[in-house]
Design a protein around this ligand. Structure first.
Ligand code: URA
Ligand code: CA
Length: 442
């Protein structure tokens, strides 16, 4: 088999066989197939697309390009969640202990900040002592003991995806549904859980900008997951504006604890209940979605979800004092109220720009090896549909470096568009996609 022939075949819009796809991925992983081959093939796939069978074969090959985690030593249904990436998305910190408190095993590998979005692992590292790199054995032990563990993705998970994703990123080949779906699902499937809920974000802060594309991507990922014997559901959720109010690291930990204390922002709570209810149903702990939601609400109001959060933090070496004393988390030296530049109703928010403004304050990295300022971030006080005036704060900035504020503020303001007449608050959960089809929410 020759990579040249495979590229030519896809260039000429023919279907690739399972063997050809595996040959490409194996060769690209071991270095015998080069970046220029992979770039040409990615562009051919981008232009001529892959069908469902090719996409499943690609996912399978990428998944097996490295280590796959064996969770069979954990009893019961193991669940996992994945978000396609949003701004201010703190759901994992809430969802993991919330679901675990019902006896469901949540074995989670999470990532660091990427592009304009933050990462769960960076957020957790705001907590004194918290260890995000347990060995596979410790990871499995913790899930067996307390139903939950959250660690950074190990290096050997889907190495082909790491190479291919970086390459696509610089060759304008990211936005192809087969490449995105196989990239996401290969990592999730390698991480070993039995049931997966996908949070497919749509809107200004997401890489999928419209509803129909989101449904298409979600449907394909659900088919891939189910095709590989895992129960898979997807929630289509709004990313027209940041989730909750906090965007950063320590301030997002606080926001998550607020929700676990049965307080906190409604949208963040709602998304956790929706994602969680799908996991509860897939783990056979409730007969239907409505019952599952009620169970989860009860866990938030009776304090058990918070109790499992404490167990999670303690089991991974963290100090839980911050839960009752937020001053125990990294604190910013500079706190600045930001005022609107005009009066009006907020009509749209470019969430990417808000995410970037937060990174500019120190909450994210410019280079891979950079340290992040865990205290840095943005707390937004006004969202779409809210009325703002120039003499009222619309956000609060946090940073340890005062010189970063001016540029971040410009970027932040550039994200907002205003209008004169009232407009509706956007609908958060748009649809739930299962193997049986799409259930659209009114
Ligand atoms: N996230 C991924 O992990 N891969 C993609 O291709 C796009 C988003
Ligand atoms: Ca948030």
């Amino acid at each position: 088999m020759r990579i040249y022939d495979i590229i030519m075949k896809k260039r000429d819009n023919e279907e690739l066989s399972q063997e050809e796809i595996k040959f490409f991925i194996d060769g690209y992983t071991d270095g015998s197939i080069h970046d220029y081959h992979a770039a040409a093939l990615s562009m051919a796939i981008f232009l001529n697309k892959m069908n469902e069978r090719e996409t499943i074969d690609l996912t399978d090959a990428v998944m097996h390009s490295g280590e796959t985690i064996d969770l069979s030593n954990i009893e019961g249904v193991k669940v996992d969640k994945h978000s396609t990436g949003g701004v201010g998305d703190t759901t994992t910190l809430i969802l993991a202990p919330l679901v675990a408190s019902l006896g469901i095993k949540f074995a989670k590998m999470s990532g660091r900040g990427l592009g304009h979005t933050g990462g769960t692992i960076d957020k957790l590292e705001s907590i004194k002592g918290f260890n995000t790199s347990l060995s596979t054995e410790e990871f499995i032990n913790n899930v067996n003991n307390i139903n939950v563990a959250v660690i950074g993705q190990t290096k050997n998970i889907a190495p082909a995806d790491k190479k291919l994703y970086s390459l696509r990123d610089v060759t304008a080949t990211v936005d192809n549904i087969s490449l995105i779906a196989s990239s996401i699902m290969s990592k999730k499937l390698a991480a070993g859980s039995d049931a997966i809920v996908l949070d497919v974000k749509v809107g200004s802060g997401a890489f999928v900008k419209n509803y129909d594309d989101a449904v298409e991507l979600a449907t394909l990922m659900v088919k891939i997951g189910e095709g590989m014997g895992r129960r898979t559901m997807a929630v289509i959720s709004e990313m027209a504006q940041p989730l909750g109010n906090a965007i950063g690291n320590a301030i997002e930990v606080i926001e998550a604890v607020d929700v676990l204390k049965n307080e906190g922002p409604d949208d963040l709570r709602e998304l956790c209940l929706t994602l969680g209810a799908n996991l509860v149903v897939m783990a056979n702990k409730a007969d239907n979605y409505e019952d599952a939601r009620e169970l989860l609400k009860e866990q938030l109001s009776n304090g058990e979800a918070l109790e499992y959060f404490e167990k999670l933090i303690t089991a991974q070496g963290g100090d839980i004092n911050f839960i009752n004393d937020y001053d125990d988390l990294p604190k910013a030296k500079y706190i600045k109220e930001i005022f609107s530049l005009e009066d009006g109703y907020i009509e749209t928010i470019e969430s990417d720009d808000v995410g970037i403004a937060s990174l500019m304050l120190g909450a994210g990295r410019v280079n891979i090896e950079d340290d992040i300022d865990h205290s840095a971030g943005i707390y937004i006080l006004k969202k779409i549909g809210d009325y703002v005036t120039t003499d009222e704060p619309m956000a609060v900035f946090y940073t340890n470096n005062e010189s970063l504020i001016e540029d971040a503020e410009k970027r932040f303001h550039s994200a907002f568009k205003y209008c004169d007449s009232p407009i509706d608050h956007p609908q958060l959960v748009k649809a739930i996609v299962s193997i049986d089809g799409v259930k659209k929410f009114k």
